[in-house]
Design a protein around this ligand. Structure first.
Ligand SMILES: [Zn+2]
Length: 80
């Protein structure tokens, strides 16, 4: 996966996320590599969007809402 440094903006390629913490190869700042938090925010967006979609338009709305929520959740963590 690729993680963009929040400090200098350079993209760091990370092979093994379990080897934490990771530091930016350019400026040495810690990178937000916790894959779990990223997955969680996406899952939260997915669930939230699905719930919202279900409230609006039943099963189809849930699917649309889930996709939308996943996108929103991904955006919320600052993109990839
Ligand atoms: Zn950096």
């Amino acid at each position: 996966m690729e993680v963009q440094c929040k400090k200098c903006g350079s993209v760091n390629r990370i092979q093994n996320v379990s080897q934490q913490p990771y530091r930016c190869g350019k400026c040495g700042a810690f990178l937000p590599t916790s894959q779990q938090s990223g997955d969680t925010s996406q899952a939260v967006g997915l669930i939230g969007g699905a719930a919202l979609g279900a409230a609006i338009g039943g099963p189809v709305g849930a699917i649309v809402g889930g996709v939308l929520g996943a996108i929103l959740g991904k955006e919320g963590k600052g993109g990839s």
